[in-house]
Structure formats: structure tokens, C-alpha cells
Design a protein around this ligand. Structure first.
Ligand code: PGA
Length: 239
């Protein structure tokens, strides 16, 4: 695992954007694995700036997002589809038909998850962006005695509901379920970058860097992937 410790959030965001930029430059028809949450917002801002300055072209890029609340409408401002539109897709020349977020209103969530897995597998993710939960989750693969390989419908943990309630008017409004890419499709990505910012992520980051694989910190499975770069800020690294 490569580790890049950045001075602050801005430097972390710049470094992450530069890594995506390098992949897109070498392979203009690449497939990006994308994440939501507050951590990657600065990286998306930089990617938009690179597009505006003519450095990046998204016209042949495909994307697959990690997760989506369930049930939720894609037009709901709390949905991850909405988040991606507002934070990236509305501002660059990506073909919206090439962007994929699990369907939060699928009538048959299991069938949706199976189809998503198959599509991701066919596309092959060139670079997967991850955040990490304070509880060590990646996507919505929550701490548990058992981890699930396939994309699946999952119940959100209390700690995730609490952490995400900052985006909602009240904790009661946070959906209790989500569709999440499982650990297998994440681990099949050719390259992974995981962005970690802030003191409150220190414990999760320390567990990840300890090299011990522990299902109570799902991110630790990344220790088994051959090409992971942790891009963190000093606050997360030093605690
Ligand atoms: P955050 O979420 O970027 O909003 O902290 C990360 C995550 O829960 O994976």
C-alpha cells in the first residue's frame, strides 16, 4: 500500500485529482469508480477545473458509483445520483448515459445488484475512488462478523446513520438501507485510491495501515489489493 500524507484537505484533493487525470490522459475511454460523501468534493472541484481549462476530456469516460440509499428517488436531493450530478456530472462533458449509480428505486433490489455487478465486471474499473467511514466502512460495506463479496442491499449501521445525519434535517430522515458495491467488485478495480481527511478518521486509518485484516474495519481488506494508494491529510494521519 502506498501512503501519501498531505498537509491538508486541499493538497489531498489536488493529489487525488492528479491521479485521476493521469489515468484519463493515458486512457481517454477509461472507467472510473466514484464515491460520494464530503471527502471527494474537493477532488471533484479540481477535476471540473481541469476540464474547464481543457486539460481533461470526459467524453469517452464511463463511471460507476459505489452506492445509493434505498429506497430513494434519483431526483431526491439526498440521493447519491443527485450528489454526483451536482458535484461533477453537470459540470463536465461526460455522457450521462455512461454514468451509473445503483438504482435506489429498483423494484427488485437483488436483481439490480446482480445486474450492477455484471456491468461493473464487464466494464472493468481502471481507478476506484474510495472514502472511509469513521467506522472503517468502504462504500456501505459496514463492520460485521461477515463481509459480503457481491453488490447487495444492506442495513446501515447506527454509526453511519448518525454520521450521515449531518446532511439531513434530522437523523430520523436518514434512510436505513442502501445498495452497495460489494468488496469483490471494489477489489477487482485495477487501481484504488482511498481519501482520508480529518482527525475523526484517525482510528479507521490507523487500523487500515496496521496491515491486520479485520472484518470490523472493512477497509482493511484493501491490504490484499496490489495497487492501493492512501491519500490522507496530516490530521487523519496524526490524529
Ligand atoms: P465522508 O464519508 O467523506 O462524508 O466522511 C466517507 C464514507 O462514509 O465513506
Amino acid at each position: 500500500m502506498n501512503i501519501k500524507v498531505c498537509r491538508n484537505y486541499d493538497e489531498m484533493s489536488e493529489k487525488a485529482a492528479r491521479m485521476i487525470c493521469a489515468v484519463m490522459t493515458l486512457k481517454p475511454d477509461c472507467t472510473l469508480g466514484l464515491a460520494t460523501g464530503s471527502t471527494p468534493v474537493g477532488m471533484y472541484k479540481r477535476l471540473i477545473a481541469m476540464y474547464e481549462s481543457g486539460e481533461l476530456d470526459f467524453s469517452r469516460v464511463r463511471s460507476y458509483n459505489l452506492d445509493e440509499y434505498y429506497p430513494i428517488k434519483p431526483t431526491d436531493p439526498q440521493s447519491y445520483r443527485y450528489f454526483m450530478n451536482v458535484n461533477l456530472f453537470d459540470h463536465v462533458n461526460i455522457d450521462r448515459a455512461n454514468t451509473h449509480v445503483p438504482n435506489g428505486e429498483a423494484a427488485d433490489p437483488d436483481a439490480e445488484c446482480r445486474a450492477y455487478d455484471e456491468e461493473v465486471s464487464r466494464a472493468g474499473i481502471d481507478i476506484q475512488v474510495l472514502g472511509i467511514g469513521r467506522n472503517g466502512h468502504i462504500g456501505f460495506n459496514e463492520p460485521s462478523d461477515r463481509l459480503t463479496a457481491a453488490t447487495h442491499l444492506t442495513a446501515l449501521s447506527e454509526s453511519t446513520i448518525e454520521a450521515n445525519s449531518r446532511f439531513f434535517a434530522s437523523p430520523e430522515e436518514v434512510p436505513h438501507h442502501a445498495l452497495t458495491m460489494g468488496l469483490a467488485p471494489i477489489m477487482k478495480s485495477k487501481r484504488i485510491i482511498i481519501l482520508v481527511s480529518g482527525k475523526d478518521k484517525h482510528d479507521a486509518l490507523s487500523a487500515l495501515l496496521s496491515g491486520v485484516i479485520d472484518t470490523s474495519v472493512p477497509a482493511t481488506v484493501l491490504n490484499m489489493h496490489p495497487d492501493v494508494t492512501v491519500i490522507c491529510d496530516e490530521a487523519a494521519y496524526n490524529g
